[in-house]
Design a protein around this ligand. Structure first.
Ligand code: SF4
Ligand code: SF4
Length: 67
């Protein structure tokens, strides 16, 4: 399973990663981060294609895909 690491404290809740994930495995969590935003989460990471789109498009470099 791909290892997607979301650095929650960097997230500003813009939703770009959620919007552009081609397989729609990300959704907004209900847990607010320290900046008052709701970072993405996923319960379906087994469906992730490791395309890197979320990591590439995140304006705050909050998502890292580990090799
Ligand atoms: S790597 Fe691609 S498929 Fe996986 S969560 Fe990110 S955008 Fe979606
Ligand atoms: S693109 Fe980055 S800043 Fe925007 S919601 Fe996703 S993780 Fe947060």
């Amino acid at each position: 399973m791909p290892k997607l690491y979301i650095e929650e404290k960097y997230c500003k809740g813009c939703g770009i990663c959620i919007e552009f994930c081609p397989v729609k495995v990300l959704k907004q969590s209900q847990k607010m981060n320290s900046r008052g935003y709701f970072p993405p989460e996923s319960e379906e990471m087994d469906k992730c294609k490791e395309c890197g789109m979320c990591s590439l498009l995140c304006p705050d470099f909050a998502i890292v895909i580990e090799e």
